[in-house]
Design a protein around this ligand. Sequence first.
Ligand code: NAD
Length: 526
Amino acid sequence: MGSVTLEPNKQTNGSASDASGGAASPIRSYAPATGALLGEVPVFSAEEVAATVTRARKAQAAWAVLPVEERAERLLRFRDAIVERADEIVEIVSKECGKPRHEALMHEVTIIADLATYYCRNAPRILAPQEISLHLLVHRKSVVRYVPRGVVGIISPWNFPFSIPMGDVFAALVTGSAAVVKPSEVTPLTMRKAKEIYDSTGLPEDLFGVVTGYGATGAALIDAGIQKVVFTGAVETGKRVAAACGARLIPCVMELGGKAPLIACADADLERTARAIVFGGFANAGQVCISVERVYAHKDIHDSLVRRVKELTGELRVGDPSRDFFDVGAIIFPKQIDVAEKHIADALEKGAELVAGGRRMPGPGQFFEPTVLARCSDAMTVMNEEIFGPIVPIQKVDSEEEAIALSNRSRLGLNAYVFTKDRKRGRKLAEQVEAGSVVVNDVLVNYAVAEAPFGGIKDSGFGRVHGDDALRDMAEKRHVNYDRMASPARDPLWYPYSAKSFHWLQRGLRLLFAGSGLVQRIGELF
Ligand code: NAD
Protein backbone atom coordinates (compact mmCIF):
# COMPACT_ATOMS: atom_id res chain seq x y z
CA MET A 1 0.00 0.00 0.00
CA GLY A 2 1.34 3.43 -0.89
CA SER A 3 2.15 5.98 1.74
CA VAL A 4 0.27 9.21 2.05
CA THR A 5 1.17 12.33 3.93
CA LEU A 6 -1.63 14.76 4.44
CA GLU A 7 -0.82 18.39 4.90
CA PRO A 8 -2.89 20.24 7.46
CA ASN A 9 -6.22 21.19 5.89
CA LYS A 10 -5.38 19.32 2.72
CA GLN A 11 -7.17 16.11 3.50
CA THR A 12 -8.82 14.37 0.62
CA ASN A 13 -11.22 11.50 0.68
CA GLY A 14 -9.70 9.86 -2.34
CA SER A 15 -7.97 6.52 -2.21
CA ALA A 16 -4.35 7.62 -1.82
CA SER A 17 -4.13 4.55 0.36
CA ASP A 18 -6.32 1.57 -0.24
CA ALA A 19 -7.41 -1.45 1.69
CA SER A 20 -5.79 -4.02 -0.54
CA GLY A 21 -3.17 -5.12 2.00
CA GLY A 22 0.11 -3.96 3.47
CA ALA A 23 0.71 -1.17 5.92
CA ALA A 24 -0.39 2.32 4.92
CA SER A 25 0.58 5.59 6.52
CA PRO A 26 -1.87 6.54 9.21
CA ILE A 27 -4.63 9.05 8.50
CA ARG A 28 -4.01 12.34 10.27
CA SER A 29 -6.98 14.29 11.49
CA TYR A 30 -6.61 18.08 11.52
CA ALA A 31 -8.85 20.71 13.08
CA PRO A 32 -10.40 22.72 10.24
CA ALA A 33 -10.71 25.75 12.55
CA THR A 34 -7.02 25.93 13.44
CA GLY A 35 -5.08 23.55 11.23
CA ALA A 36 -3.77 21.80 14.37
CA LEU A 37 -3.05 18.09 14.19
CA LEU A 38 -5.57 16.30 16.42
CA GLY A 39 -4.39 12.73 16.09
CA GLU A 40 -3.99 9.84 13.72
CA VAL A 41 -5.64 6.52 13.03
CA PRO A 42 -4.55 3.48 11.01
CA VAL A 43 -5.79 2.65 7.53
CA PHE A 44 -7.39 -0.78 7.85
CA SER A 45 -6.38 -3.28 5.18
CA ALA A 46 -8.98 -5.56 3.60
CA GLU A 47 -7.72 -8.40 5.82
CA GLU A 48 -8.09 -6.30 8.95
CA VAL A 49 -11.61 -5.31 7.91
CA ALA A 50 -12.51 -8.96 7.31
CA ALA A 51 -11.06 -9.93 10.71
CA THR A 52 -13.14 -7.19 12.42
CA VAL A 53 -16.27 -8.51 10.70
CA THR A 54 -15.46 -12.09 11.71
CA ARG A 55 -15.03 -11.07 15.34
CA ALA A 56 -18.27 -9.07 15.17
CA ARG A 57 -20.13 -12.08 13.79
CA LYS A 58 -18.87 -14.27 16.65
CA ALA A 59 -19.98 -11.74 19.24
CA GLN A 60 -23.31 -11.35 17.46
CA ALA A 61 -24.14 -15.05 17.74
CA ALA A 62 -24.34 -14.76 21.53
CA TRP A 63 -25.98 -11.32 21.44
CA ALA A 64 -28.73 -12.34 19.00
CA VAL A 65 -30.13 -15.02 21.33
CA LEU A 66 -30.70 -12.57 24.19
CA PRO A 67 -34.30 -11.37 24.58
CA VAL A 68 -34.77 -7.97 22.99
CA GLU A 69 -35.66 -6.54 26.43
CA GLU A 70 -32.25 -7.53 27.74
CA ARG A 71 -30.41 -6.13 24.74
CA ALA A 72 -32.30 -2.85 25.13
CA GLU A 73 -31.58 -2.71 28.86
CA ARG A 74 -27.85 -3.23 28.31
CA LEU A 75 -27.73 -0.70 25.47
CA LEU A 76 -29.30 1.92 27.74
CA ARG A 77 -26.08 1.69 29.76
CA PHE A 78 -24.21 2.76 26.63
CA ARG A 79 -26.70 5.63 26.24
CA ASP A 80 -26.01 6.62 29.86
CA ALA A 81 -22.26 6.59 29.24
CA ILE A 82 -22.75 8.84 26.20
CA VAL A 83 -24.74 11.30 28.31
CA GLU A 84 -22.20 11.17 31.17
CA ARG A 85 -19.28 11.72 28.81
CA ALA A 86 -21.04 14.20 26.53
CA ASP A 87 -18.32 16.81 27.12
CA GLU A 88 -15.67 14.53 25.65
CA ILE A 89 -17.79 13.87 22.56
CA VAL A 90 -18.62 17.56 22.14
CA GLU A 91 -14.93 18.39 22.41
CA ILE A 92 -13.75 15.98 19.73
CA VAL A 93 -16.70 16.57 17.35
CA SER A 94 -16.32 20.33 17.64
CA LYS A 95 -12.58 20.16 17.04
CA GLU A 96 -12.64 17.60 14.24
CA CYS A 97 -15.55 19.21 12.37
CA GLY A 98 -14.96 22.81 13.40
CA LYS A 99 -18.60 23.12 14.45
CA PRO A 100 -19.91 25.21 17.38
CA ARG A 101 -20.17 23.33 20.66
CA HIS A 102 -23.91 24.07 20.85
CA GLU A 103 -24.36 22.16 17.60
CA ALA A 104 -22.12 19.28 18.69
CA LEU A 105 -24.23 18.97 21.84
CA MET A 106 -27.67 19.43 20.22
CA HIS A 107 -27.27 17.86 16.81
CA GLU A 108 -24.95 15.02 17.68
CA VAL A 109 -25.09 13.95 21.34
CA THR A 110 -28.66 14.93 22.31
CA ILE A 111 -30.17 13.49 19.13
CA ILE A 112 -28.48 10.17 19.80
CA ALA A 113 -29.39 10.11 23.49
CA ASP A 114 -33.02 10.55 22.41
CA LEU A 115 -32.97 8.10 19.49
CA ALA A 116 -31.24 5.46 21.64
CA THR A 117 -33.86 5.98 24.36
CA TYR A 118 -36.72 5.70 21.87
CA TYR A 119 -35.35 2.59 20.20
CA CYS A 120 -34.40 0.83 23.45
CA ARG A 121 -37.75 1.59 25.11
CA ASN A 122 -39.81 0.67 22.06
CA ALA A 123 -37.83 -2.15 20.43
CA PRO A 124 -39.80 -4.89 22.28
CA ARG A 125 -43.03 -3.47 20.83
CA ILE A 126 -41.66 -2.66 17.37
CA LEU A 127 -39.91 -6.01 16.95
CA ALA A 128 -42.67 -8.15 18.50
CA PRO A 129 -43.86 -10.93 16.18
CA GLN A 130 -46.85 -9.80 14.11
CA GLU A 131 -49.78 -12.20 13.89
CA ILE A 132 -51.69 -11.73 10.64
CA SER A 133 -55.25 -13.00 10.11
CA LEU A 134 -55.84 -13.98 6.50
CA HIS A 135 -58.88 -12.78 4.57
CA LEU A 136 -58.91 -15.56 1.97
CA LEU A 137 -57.11 -18.54 3.48
CA VAL A 138 -59.09 -18.22 6.68
CA HIS A 139 -58.19 -21.73 7.83
CA ARG A 140 -54.55 -20.66 8.04
CA LYS A 141 -52.66 -17.89 9.79
CA SER A 142 -49.39 -16.00 9.34
CA VAL A 143 -46.82 -14.66 11.71
CA VAL A 144 -43.97 -12.34 10.81
CA ARG A 145 -40.88 -12.35 13.02
CA TYR A 146 -38.00 -9.87 13.05
CA VAL A 147 -34.77 -11.83 13.14
CA PRO A 148 -31.28 -10.35 13.59
CA ARG A 149 -29.43 -10.06 10.27
CA GLY A 150 -25.84 -10.65 11.36
CA VAL A 151 -23.31 -7.85 10.77
CA VAL A 152 -24.45 -4.44 9.56
CA GLY A 153 -21.85 -2.23 7.82
CA ILE A 154 -22.26 1.50 8.38
CA ILE A 155 -20.36 3.87 6.08
CA SER A 156 -20.63 7.47 7.14
CA PRO A 157 -19.70 11.06 6.17
CA TRP A 158 -17.86 13.81 8.04
CA ASN A 159 -20.58 16.40 8.59
CA PHE A 160 -22.24 14.61 11.55
CA PRO A 161 -19.47 12.21 12.53
CA PHE A 162 -21.22 11.09 15.73
CA SER A 163 -24.99 11.23 15.22
CA ILE A 164 -25.17 9.73 11.73
CA PRO A 165 -23.31 6.47 12.42
CA MET A 166 -24.42 6.13 16.05
CA GLY A 167 -28.13 6.16 15.22
CA ASP A 168 -27.53 3.21 12.92
CA VAL A 169 -25.31 1.49 15.51
CA PHE A 170 -28.08 1.58 18.14
CA ALA A 171 -30.64 0.37 15.58
CA ALA A 172 -28.41 -2.54 14.52
CA LEU A 173 -27.49 -3.60 18.07
CA VAL A 174 -30.97 -3.45 19.56
CA THR A 175 -32.30 -5.63 16.72
CA GLY A 176 -29.65 -8.24 17.60
CA SER A 177 -27.10 -7.55 14.87
CA ALA A 178 -23.49 -6.44 15.23
CA ALA A 179 -22.33 -3.11 13.75
CA VAL A 180 -19.07 -2.22 12.02
CA VAL A 181 -18.60 1.47 11.19
CA LYS A 182 -16.32 2.91 8.51
CA PRO A 183 -16.23 6.57 9.52
CA SER A 184 -15.20 9.34 7.14
CA GLU A 185 -11.43 9.62 6.71
CA VAL A 186 -11.87 13.32 7.42
CA THR A 187 -13.28 12.83 10.94
CA PRO A 188 -12.08 9.43 12.18
CA LEU A 189 -11.32 10.39 15.81
CA THR A 190 -14.97 10.90 16.73
CA MET A 191 -15.86 7.25 16.11
CA ARG A 192 -12.74 6.19 17.99
CA LYS A 193 -14.08 8.13 20.98
CA ALA A 194 -17.50 6.45 20.55
CA LYS A 195 -15.81 3.04 20.57
CA GLU A 196 -13.80 3.95 23.68
CA ILE A 197 -17.00 4.92 25.49
CA TYR A 198 -18.76 1.75 24.30
CA ASP A 199 -15.89 -0.42 25.52
CA SER A 200 -16.16 1.13 28.99
CA THR A 201 -19.74 -0.11 29.42
CA GLY A 202 -19.08 -3.86 29.56
CA LEU A 203 -21.03 -4.60 26.38
CA PRO A 204 -19.44 -7.32 24.17
CA GLU A 205 -16.33 -5.63 22.81
CA ASP A 206 -16.40 -7.06 19.28
CA LEU A 207 -20.10 -6.42 18.73
CA PHE A 208 -19.34 -2.85 17.69
CA GLY A 209 -16.29 -2.43 15.47
CA VAL A 210 -14.72 0.63 13.88
CA VAL A 211 -12.55 0.32 10.77
CA THR A 212 -10.78 3.53 9.79
CA GLY A 213 -9.55 4.24 6.29
CA TYR A 214 -10.43 5.76 2.95
CA GLY A 215 -13.05 4.73 0.40
CA ALA A 216 -11.24 1.46 -0.27
CA THR A 217 -11.71 0.45 3.37
CA GLY A 218 -15.44 1.10 2.93
CA ALA A 219 -15.40 -1.05 -0.21
CA ALA A 220 -13.57 -3.80 1.73
CA LEU A 221 -16.28 -3.66 4.41
CA ILE A 222 -18.99 -4.27 1.79
CA ASP A 223 -16.91 -7.19 0.54
CA ALA A 224 -16.37 -8.73 3.98
CA GLY A 225 -19.53 -10.85 4.10
CA ILE A 226 -21.81 -8.41 5.91
CA GLN A 227 -25.61 -8.65 5.75
CA LYS A 228 -26.68 -5.02 5.31
CA VAL A 229 -25.17 -1.62 4.48
CA VAL A 230 -26.31 1.77 5.69
CA PHE A 231 -24.50 4.32 3.56
CA THR A 232 -24.61 8.08 4.07
CA GLY A 233 -22.68 10.30 1.70
CA ALA A 234 -22.55 11.90 -1.72
CA VAL A 235 -24.77 10.80 -4.62
CA GLU A 236 -21.85 9.70 -6.79
CA THR A 237 -20.32 7.59 -4.02
CA GLY A 238 -23.77 6.20 -3.26
CA LYS A 239 -24.09 4.92 -6.80
CA ARG A 240 -20.81 3.01 -6.45
CA VAL A 241 -21.78 1.64 -3.05
CA ALA A 242 -25.27 0.61 -4.25
CA ALA A 243 -23.68 -1.16 -7.25
CA ALA A 244 -21.28 -3.03 -4.94
CA CYS A 245 -24.19 -4.05 -2.69
CA GLY A 246 -26.21 -5.11 -5.75
CA ALA A 247 -23.38 -7.33 -6.95
CA ARG A 248 -23.42 -9.09 -3.57
CA LEU A 249 -27.22 -8.89 -3.12
CA ILE A 250 -26.82 -7.07 0.18
CA PRO A 251 -29.75 -4.83 1.11
CA CYS A 252 -28.70 -1.23 1.55
CA VAL A 253 -30.01 2.11 2.73
CA MET A 254 -28.81 5.08 0.69
CA GLU A 255 -28.82 8.42 2.54
CA LEU A 256 -27.50 10.82 -0.10
CA GLY A 257 -27.33 14.52 -0.92
CA GLY A 258 -30.03 17.15 -0.67
CA LYS A 259 -31.09 20.48 -2.15
CA ALA A 260 -33.78 21.51 0.33
CA PRO A 261 -36.02 24.32 -0.89
CA LEU A 262 -37.68 26.72 1.57
CA ILE A 263 -40.95 28.11 0.26
CA ALA A 264 -41.82 31.44 1.91
CA CYS A 265 -45.52 31.97 1.25
CA ALA A 266 -47.05 35.45 0.94
CA ASP A 267 -48.52 35.16 4.46
CA ALA A 268 -45.41 33.73 6.18
CA ASP A 269 -44.39 35.15 9.55
CA LEU A 270 -41.57 37.38 8.34
CA GLU A 271 -39.41 37.28 11.46
CA ARG A 272 -39.66 33.52 12.01
CA THR A 273 -39.07 32.78 8.33
CA ALA A 274 -36.00 35.05 8.17
CA ARG A 275 -34.55 33.48 11.32
CA ALA A 276 -35.29 29.98 10.00
CA ILE A 277 -33.49 30.76 6.75
CA VAL A 278 -30.44 32.01 8.61
CA PHE A 279 -30.35 29.09 11.06
CA GLY A 280 -31.25 26.47 8.46
CA GLY A 281 -28.75 27.86 5.97
CA PHE A 282 -25.77 28.44 8.23
CA ALA A 283 -25.94 25.78 10.97
CA ASN A 284 -22.81 23.62 10.65
CA ALA A 285 -21.66 26.29 8.13
CA GLY A 286 -24.30 25.01 5.72
CA GLN A 287 -22.69 21.56 5.60
CA VAL A 288 -25.92 19.71 6.36
CA CYS A 289 -27.72 17.42 3.92
CA ILE A 290 -30.98 19.13 4.93
CA SER A 291 -29.63 22.72 4.98
CA VAL A 292 -31.83 25.41 3.47
CA GLU A 293 -30.16 25.26 0.03
CA ARG A 294 -32.55 27.52 -1.92
CA VAL A 295 -35.33 29.93 -0.97
CA TYR A 296 -38.40 30.62 -3.10
CA ALA A 297 -39.94 33.80 -1.70
CA HIS A 298 -43.38 35.01 -2.76
CA LYS A 299 -43.17 38.46 -4.36
CA ASP A 300 -45.35 39.99 -1.60
CA ILE A 301 -42.83 39.10 1.10
CA HIS A 302 -39.63 38.90 -0.94
CA ASP A 303 -38.09 42.36 -0.42
CA SER A 304 -38.70 42.57 3.32
CA LEU A 305 -37.52 38.97 3.75
CA VAL A 306 -34.25 39.62 1.90
CA ARG A 307 -33.71 42.75 4.04
CA ARG A 308 -34.27 40.89 7.30
CA VAL A 309 -32.15 37.88 6.25
CA LYS A 310 -29.35 40.32 5.39
CA GLU A 311 -29.56 41.98 8.83
CA LEU A 312 -29.61 38.68 10.70
CA THR A 313 -26.74 37.27 8.65
CA GLY A 314 -24.70 40.37 9.44
CA GLU A 315 -25.13 39.62 13.16
CA LEU A 316 -23.58 36.15 12.91
CA ARG A 317 -20.20 35.64 14.58
CA VAL A 318 -17.88 33.31 12.72
CA GLY A 319 -14.83 31.73 14.32
CA ASP A 320 -12.95 28.92 16.01
CA PRO A 321 -15.44 27.14 18.31
CA SER A 322 -12.73 26.25 20.83
CA ARG A 323 -12.07 29.95 21.51
CA ASP A 324 -15.60 31.25 22.03
CA PHE A 325 -19.29 30.55 21.50
CA PHE A 326 -19.28 31.60 17.86
CA ASP A 327 -22.45 31.06 15.78
CA VAL A 328 -20.80 29.66 12.67
CA GLY A 329 -17.75 27.43 12.63
CA ALA A 330 -15.25 26.25 10.05
CA ILE A 331 -15.46 24.71 6.60
CA ILE A 332 -14.29 21.12 6.61
CA PHE A 333 -11.71 21.31 3.81
CA PRO A 334 -10.51 23.76 1.13
CA LYS A 335 -12.35 21.94 -1.68
CA GLN A 336 -15.66 22.92 -0.08
CA ILE A 337 -14.63 26.60 -0.17
CA ASP A 338 -13.73 26.28 -3.86
CA VAL A 339 -17.22 24.87 -4.50
CA ALA A 340 -18.80 27.83 -2.69
CA GLU A 341 -16.75 30.34 -4.66
CA LYS A 342 -17.66 28.70 -7.97
CA HIS A 343 -21.38 28.87 -7.14
CA ILE A 344 -21.10 32.54 -6.18
CA ALA A 345 -19.14 33.46 -9.34
CA ASP A 346 -21.65 31.64 -11.54
CA ALA A 347 -24.61 33.32 -9.80
CA LEU A 348 -23.12 36.84 -9.99
CA GLU A 349 -22.27 36.35 -13.66
CA LYS A 350 -25.89 35.40 -14.33
CA GLY A 351 -27.36 38.43 -12.57
CA ALA A 352 -27.58 37.57 -8.86
CA GLU A 353 -27.05 40.24 -6.23
CA LEU A 354 -24.58 39.65 -3.39
CA VAL A 355 -26.55 40.67 -0.31
CA ALA A 356 -24.12 39.48 2.37
CA GLY A 357 -20.76 37.75 2.69
CA GLY A 358 -19.20 36.15 -0.34
CA ARG A 359 -15.55 35.82 0.67
CA ARG A 360 -13.24 33.32 2.31
CA MET A 361 -11.84 34.57 5.60
CA PRO A 362 -8.19 34.79 6.65
CA GLY A 363 -6.70 31.78 8.48
CA PRO A 364 -5.56 30.00 10.42
CA GLY A 365 -8.27 27.52 9.62
CA GLN A 366 -10.88 27.48 6.86
CA PHE A 367 -13.71 29.94 7.22
CA PHE A 368 -16.16 31.44 4.76
CA GLU A 369 -18.48 34.38 5.32
CA PRO A 370 -22.15 33.44 5.61
CA THR A 371 -23.39 34.47 2.19
CA VAL A 372 -26.80 35.57 0.93
CA LEU A 373 -27.58 35.92 -2.76
CA ALA A 374 -30.77 37.55 -4.06
CA ARG A 375 -32.25 37.87 -7.58
CA CYS A 376 -31.34 34.23 -8.16
CA SER A 377 -32.81 32.23 -11.04
CA ASP A 378 -33.08 28.59 -11.94
CA ALA A 379 -30.32 29.05 -14.55
CA MET A 380 -27.75 29.29 -11.75
CA THR A 381 -25.83 26.31 -10.35
CA VAL A 382 -26.48 27.62 -6.84
CA MET A 383 -30.22 26.92 -7.31
CA ASN A 384 -29.66 23.47 -8.81
CA GLU A 385 -26.63 21.73 -7.36
CA GLU A 386 -25.90 20.85 -3.76
CA ILE A 387 -23.86 23.70 -2.21
CA PHE A 388 -22.91 22.14 1.14
CA GLY A 389 -21.56 25.45 2.37
CA PRO A 390 -22.72 28.72 3.95
CA ILE A 391 -24.65 30.18 1.02
CA VAL A 392 -28.36 30.95 0.92
CA PRO A 393 -29.67 31.85 -2.55
CA ILE A 394 -33.08 33.53 -2.79
CA GLN A 395 -35.36 33.57 -5.83
CA LYS A 396 -38.53 35.69 -6.16
CA VAL A 397 -41.65 33.82 -7.30
CA ASP A 398 -45.11 34.99 -8.33
CA SER A 399 -47.03 32.27 -6.51
CA GLU A 400 -46.70 29.31 -4.18
CA GLU A 401 -47.57 27.05 -7.11
CA GLU A 402 -44.53 28.35 -9.00
CA ALA A 403 -42.40 27.70 -5.91
CA ILE A 404 -43.60 24.11 -5.75
CA ALA A 405 -42.97 23.55 -9.45
CA LEU A 406 -39.43 24.93 -9.09
CA SER A 407 -38.84 22.84 -5.95
CA ASN A 408 -39.88 19.70 -7.77
CA ARG A 409 -37.57 20.32 -10.74
CA SER A 410 -34.60 19.11 -8.70
CA ARG A 411 -33.29 15.58 -9.13
CA LEU A 412 -32.73 15.61 -5.36
CA GLY A 413 -35.56 15.11 -2.89
CA LEU A 414 -34.40 14.81 0.70
CA ASN A 415 -35.99 17.65 2.67
CA ALA A 416 -38.11 20.76 2.07
CA TYR A 417 -39.65 23.57 4.10
CA VAL A 418 -42.86 25.58 3.81
CA PHE A 419 -43.49 28.78 5.79
CA THR A 420 -47.04 30.13 6.12
CA LYS A 421 -49.33 31.33 8.91
CA ASP A 422 -52.12 29.19 7.47
CA ARG A 423 -51.15 25.86 8.98
CA LYS A 424 -53.82 23.91 7.12
CA ARG A 425 -52.65 25.27 3.77
CA GLY A 426 -49.07 24.67 4.86
CA ARG A 427 -49.76 20.97 5.19
CA LYS A 428 -51.48 20.89 1.81
CA LEU A 429 -48.56 22.62 0.13
CA ALA A 430 -46.11 20.35 1.95
CA GLU A 431 -47.82 17.31 0.50
CA GLN A 432 -47.17 18.61 -3.02
CA VAL A 433 -43.40 18.92 -2.59
CA GLU A 434 -41.36 15.97 -3.81
CA ALA A 435 -39.13 15.19 -0.82
CA GLY A 436 -38.70 12.46 1.77
CA SER A 437 -39.61 14.97 4.53
CA VAL A 438 -41.31 18.35 4.37
CA VAL A 439 -41.42 20.55 7.46
CA VAL A 440 -43.91 23.36 7.97
CA ASN A 441 -42.72 26.48 9.83
CA ASP A 442 -39.48 24.96 11.13
CA VAL A 443 -36.10 23.84 9.81
CA LEU A 444 -33.79 20.84 10.37
CA VAL A 445 -36.05 19.57 13.14
CA ASN A 446 -37.24 16.42 11.39
CA TYR A 447 -33.87 14.71 11.85
CA ALA A 448 -34.54 14.86 15.58
CA VAL A 449 -37.89 13.09 15.32
CA ALA A 450 -37.05 9.58 16.49
CA GLU A 451 -40.52 8.24 15.62
CA ALA A 452 -40.56 9.28 11.95
CA PRO A 453 -38.69 7.92 8.94
CA PHE A 454 -35.79 9.98 7.60
CA GLY A 455 -34.46 9.62 4.06
CA GLY A 456 -34.78 10.77 0.50
CA ILE A 457 -36.52 10.13 -2.78
CA LYS A 458 -35.17 10.55 -6.32
CA ASP A 459 -31.36 10.86 -6.33
CA SER A 460 -31.36 11.57 -2.59
CA GLY A 461 -31.51 7.83 -2.06
CA PHE A 462 -33.78 5.12 -0.76
CA GLY A 463 -34.49 3.26 2.44
CA ARG A 464 -34.95 5.04 5.72
CA VAL A 465 -33.32 5.56 9.10
CA HIS A 466 -35.21 6.47 12.30
CA GLY A 467 -38.80 5.48 13.01
CA ASP A 468 -40.36 2.08 13.60
CA ASP A 469 -40.14 0.81 10.00
CA ALA A 470 -36.41 1.52 9.81
CA LEU A 471 -35.88 -0.56 12.95
CA ARG A 472 -37.89 -3.44 11.48
CA ASP A 473 -35.91 -3.12 8.23
CA MET A 474 -32.72 -3.45 10.25
CA ALA A 475 -33.92 -6.97 11.00
CA GLU A 476 -34.78 -9.75 8.59
CA LYS A 477 -38.50 -10.30 8.09
CA ARG A 478 -39.31 -13.99 8.37
CA HIS A 479 -42.79 -15.27 7.63
CA VAL A 480 -44.27 -18.49 9.00
CA ASN A 481 -47.68 -19.59 7.68
CA TYR A 482 -49.47 -22.28 9.71
CA ASP A 483 -52.82 -24.12 9.93
CA ARG A 484 -55.42 -22.94 12.45
CA MET A 485 -57.37 -26.21 12.28
CA ALA A 486 -56.76 -29.81 11.21
CA SER A 487 -56.41 -30.06 7.43
CA PRO A 488 -57.84 -32.92 5.34
CA ALA A 489 -55.42 -35.53 4.07
CA ARG A 490 -56.65 -34.91 0.52
CA ASP A 491 -56.49 -31.20 -0.31
CA PRO A 492 -59.02 -30.24 -3.05
CA LEU A 493 -56.57 -27.68 -4.47
CA TRP A 494 -53.82 -30.26 -5.01
CA TYR A 495 -53.52 -33.07 -7.58
CA PRO A 496 -55.18 -34.63 -9.47
CA TYR A 497 -56.35 -31.88 -11.87
CA SER A 498 -59.57 -32.66 -13.74
CA ALA A 499 -62.21 -30.89 -15.85
CA LYS A 500 -64.52 -30.99 -12.84
CA SER A 501 -62.06 -29.39 -10.44
CA PHE A 502 -61.25 -26.70 -13.04
CA HIS A 503 -64.98 -25.95 -13.34
CA TRP A 504 -65.22 -25.58 -9.55
CA LEU A 505 -62.23 -23.22 -9.56
CA GLN A 506 -63.95 -21.06 -12.21
CA ARG A 507 -67.15 -20.92 -10.19
CA GLY A 508 -65.18 -20.17 -7.05
CA LEU A 509 -63.42 -17.22 -8.76
CA ARG A 510 -66.74 -15.62 -9.70
CA LEU A 511 -68.35 -16.33 -6.34
CA LEU A 512 -65.47 -14.87 -4.38
CA PHE A 513 -64.56 -11.81 -6.41
CA ALA A 514 -67.36 -10.73 -8.79
CA GLY A 515 -69.35 -7.67 -7.71
CA SER A 516 -69.34 -7.17 -3.95
CA GLY A 517 -67.71 -10.64 -3.73
CA LEU A 518 -67.88 -13.21 -1.00
CA VAL A 519 -64.25 -12.85 -0.11
CA GLN A 520 -64.83 -9.66 1.83
CA ARG A 521 -67.69 -11.19 3.81
CA ILE A 522 -65.66 -14.32 4.61
CA GLY A 523 -62.89 -12.13 5.89
CA GLU A 524 -65.33 -10.23 8.10
CA LEU A 525 -66.64 -13.47 9.61
CA PHE A 526 -63.20 -14.63 10.82
P1 NAD B 1 -18.56 10.83 0.52
O1 NAD B 1 -19.51 10.16 -0.39
O2 NAD B 1 -17.35 11.43 -0.07
O3 NAD B 1 -18.04 9.80 1.65
C1 NAD B 1 -18.93 9.10 2.49
C2 NAD B 1 -18.25 7.84 3.00
O4 NAD B 1 -18.11 6.90 1.93
C3 NAD B 1 -16.84 8.05 3.54
O5 NAD B 1 -16.69 7.30 4.72
C4 NAD B 1 -15.96 7.51 2.43
O6 NAD B 1 -14.69 7.07 2.85
C5 NAD B 1 -16.80 6.37 1.94
N1 NAD B 1 -16.49 5.88 0.58
C6 NAD B 1 -15.96 6.57 -0.46
N2 NAD B 1 -15.86 5.77 -1.55
C7 NAD B 1 -16.33 4.56 -1.19
C8 NAD B 1 -16.49 3.31 -1.88
N3 NAD B 1 -16.18 3.16 -3.15
N4 NAD B 1 -17.02 2.27 -1.19
C9 NAD B 1 -17.39 2.41 0.11
N5 NAD B 1 -17.25 3.55 0.80
C10 NAD B 1 -16.73 4.62 0.17
O7 NAD B 1 -19.41 11.90 1.32
P2 NAD B 1 -18.90 13.03 2.35
O8 NAD B 1 -18.17 14.09 1.59
O9 NAD B 1 -18.24 12.40 3.51
O10 NAD B 1 -20.31 13.62 2.86
C11 NAD B 1 -21.01 14.64 2.21
C12 NAD B 1 -22.20 14.12 1.43
O11 NAD B 1 -23.01 13.32 2.27
C13 NAD B 1 -23.11 15.24 0.95
O12 NAD B 1 -23.51 15.00 -0.38
C14 NAD B 1 -24.30 15.16 1.88
O13 NAD B 1 -25.50 15.67 1.35
C15 NAD B 1 -24.38 13.71 2.14
N6 NAD B 1 -25.08 13.45 3.39
C16 NAD B 1 -26.32 12.87 3.32
C17 NAD B 1 -27.04 12.67 4.50
C18 NAD B 1 -28.40 12.02 4.50
O14 NAD B 1 -28.83 11.62 5.56
N7 NAD B 1 -29.07 11.89 3.38
C19 NAD B 1 -26.49 13.04 5.73
C20 NAD B 1 -25.23 13.64 5.73
C21 NAD B 1 -24.54 13.83 4.57
